[in-house]
Write a protein that binds this ligand. Structure first.
Ligand code: CTP
Length: 471
């Protein structure tokens, strides 16, 4: 049986095959096989001559199910393992994924794993005779609706900012005429290095989008700061928003930050200071803001609640963790502080479990936690245009809430009675009073008893009237 070497065909024929296979979403070899099969079956159209090759970018061939398609470039960093979960998250959202692994990425995840999860061939090499015969890097750059790079390493971003194209990933990014979303991931020192700062600035000027990085612990023992890759759910949500922009809704285009739940302040490895907050009110507000079209960041202390659909929840333990996450999420248009943050923590957390001794109870010296609401309300730069606090009181509700208003420097306060008889703490209903500043006056709007979801919806519609597209 004779074999056919496509590379040896004449240029005009190769150009025709390349165009035809790109249009049909097949490899050139597959296309030749289809032509030969059709010829044998007598299904070939009368020859019209070989069409001229157009240099205009061909529209992306629709995927089999008409679903949007992402070219996912997986960079080489420890966060690459999360890219496998990202593939799953994207597919859950009915997005087709075609993966490209850099050489370094293959040290962390295998092409086989990416291929098994994406159900597609995985691309790794710029000099792959099979895919590069038909300019594979151009096809990978164009035959998609969005290019996502996760993790986007410092090196990959530097190459992009400079326009290098010495491997498949950088060649695709340079050849792209589709939007690009980066999920940076690196050590905090690398993220804060002036070279990376310059590159990030340049990429943003070039209209490249980013999601994250988040603050938190690094893979390197004992290191923490901003540099962790955004969670796969967060990246998938950001990609989905770019692929299917939400229809104009009251909070479309607005970024809303919500804190929720209690915080746990460790006394020793097994004990902590906490409170009875369930997080339900904050979660309901986050869900209502998301339903109104906002891009929501929810920072939650330890609660037993699932992530509201479409929202990436950043789970924290202590007040100080919560403050770091909140600061890293700025800038936002609206910040709502519904968390019941512990006011105090122990001055020095025991590294071992405190033991009972005959000398009596161990003295617990407490120090005050940062006041997250007051810190953000008093920011000079990046202060959100609308800052909303909560005042959980057990007596003299309005009086105490007004005093809190003055002390915290926020714009609105949602005051609620949390004395045990109300059942608000942990319960499903809430009776709130909205205090707002009007010039030097403070107005008080008392709402009837409502479910926490109804309170959330009422608050979000007030917010939309104040800052939203409906205002
Ligand atoms: N808050 C905060 N950080 C803190 C304490 C409170 O961000 N360390 C925020 C809460 O999220 C809420 C508001 O401040 O929006 C009021 O919280 P609350 O517990 O009612 O008031 P405190 O400031 O703790 O004052 P007190 O305990 O004296 O009532």
């Amino acid at each position: 049986m004779a074999s056919l070497t496509i590379r040896k065909l004449d240029d005009e024929l190769k150009a025709y095959l390349r165009l035809r296979s790109a249009r049909n979403g097949r490899s050139v070899e597959e296309e030749v096989r289809v032509i030969l099969r059709d010829l044998a079956d007598g299904r070939v159209e009368p020859a019209e001559g070989i069409p001229a090759v157009s240099t205009a970018p061909a529209p992306r061939p629709a995927s089999s199910a008409g679903e949007p398609r992402i070219t996912l470039i997986i960079g080489g960093g420890i966060a690459a393992y999360k890219a496998l979960d990202l593939i799953r998250r994207l597919k859950e959202r009915h997005i087709e994924v075609r993966c490209v692994l850099t050489k370094a990425a293959q040290q962390f995840v295998t092409p086989l794993a990416a291929s098994a999860l994406s159900h597609e061939r995985v691309y790794t090499d710029l000099f792959d005779a099979e895919s590069e015969f038909d300019a594979g890097h151009i096809r990978l750059a164009r035959e998609c609706d969005l290019i996502v790079v996760a993790p986007a390493t410092a090196d990959l971003m530097a190459k992009m900012a400079q326009g290098h194209a010495d491997d498949l990933a950088s060649a695709i990014l340079l050849a792209a005429n589709r939007p690009i979303l980066l999920a940076p991931a690196m050590n905090p020192l690398m993220w804060n290095n002036p070279a990376t700062r310059r590159n990030v600035l340049q990429l943003r000027r070039d209209d490249v989008h980013t999601v994250g990085p988040n603050a938190g612990e690094m893979a390197e023992a004992g290191e923490a700061g901003v540099g962790r890759m955004a969670e796969p759910t967060e990246i998938a949500a950001a990609a989905d928003r770019m692929l299917r922009p939400p229809k104009a809704q009251p909070l479309s285009g607005k970024r809303v930050l919500v804190t929720a739940g209690p915080t746990h302040e460790a006394i020793d490895p097994v004990r902590y200071i906490a409170n009875r907050s369930s997080g339900k009110q904050g979660f309901a507000i986050a869900a209502a803001a998301h339903a109104a079209g906002a891009d929501v960041v929810l920072v939650a202390g330890p609660v037993e609640l699932d992530d509201p659909s479409g929202i990436a929840v950043m789970r924290v333990e202590s007040a100080r963790d919560m403050l770091h996450r909140v600061e890293a999420a700025l800038p936002v248009d609206v910040a709502i502080f519904a968390a019941a943050v512990a006011d105090w923590r122990v001055a020095s957390e025991g590294s071992q479990k405190l033991k009972k001794t005959t000398a009596g109870m161990p003295p617990l010296q407490l120090v005050e936690n940062p006041d997250i609401l007051a810190t953000i309300s008093k920011l000079k730069e990046k202060r959100p245009p609308l800052v909303i606090g909560f005042a959980a009181e057990t007596e003299h509700l309005i009086e105490n809430a007004k005093a809190k208003f003055a002390r915290k420097g926020c714009d609105w306060i949602v005051a609620n009675d949390v004395s045990p008889a109300t059942g608000v703490m942990g319960g499903d209903r809430n009776t709130v009073h909205l205090l707002a500043r009007e010039g030097k006056e403070v107005t008080v709007d008392s709402w009837p008893v409502m479910t926490k979801e109804e309170v959330a919806a009422a608050l979000v519609s007030r917010i939309a009237r104040s800052v939203g597209t409906a205002s």
